[in-house]
Ligand binder design. Structure first.
Ligand code: MG
Length: 159
């Protein structure tokens, strides 16, 4: 028995913010705007895990109207999602994530993101896959206005 969830997130680039993706701070001239640290990889993955169990989404769990989540470390939000998954009797089997960004080049940071995400989720490093693509210069991503992330998570009953 398995359950599968999908997650999507996008954030806009802005100056004066660190670029944090998958819990890793990536050197770049701009970061992403958002109420939390705007870690779109963590947000898409959290939504995929929540979706697999029909537990809602991170916007419902951690409303951006709540000052407690201002500039929040999304690794803490993801850890809470993992805790809820375990409390429901399920375990992450595997997550596959695609980050779509024209800049910066993310492939060199994929391994660090995988390690960090697996650590926060209490999963094997091989359970998390990160792929980076550009949008071939098209649309808001192609113009460098922001990034988008797609995530799929597969859960299995906890043993
Ligand atoms: Mg988000």
């Amino acid at each position: 028995m398995t359950r599968v969830g999908i997650g999507y997130d996008s954030h806009r680039f802005a100056s004066g913010r660190p670029l944090v993706l998958g819990g890793v701070t990536i050197p770049h001239s701009q970061g992403l705007t958002g109420h939390s640290d705007a870690d779109a990889v963590a947000h898409a993955l959290a939504d995929a895990m929540l979706g697999a169990l029909g537990l809602g989404d991170i916007g419902r769990l951690f409303p951006d109207s709540d000052p407690a989540h201002k500039d929040a470390d999304s690794m803490l939000l993801l850890a809470e999602v993992a805790r809820r998954v375990r409390a429901s009797g399920w375990a992450l089997q595997q997550a596959d994530i695609t980050v779509v960004a024209e800049v910066p080049k993310l492939a060199p940071h994929a391994a660090a993101m995988q390690t960090r995400l697996a650590q926060v989720l209490g999963a094997e490093g091989s359970a998390v896959s990160i792929k980076a693509k550009t949008n071939e210069g098209m649309g808001f991503i192609g113009r460098g206005e922001g990034i988008a992330v797609f995530a799929v998570a597969t859960l299995v009953p906890a043993r």
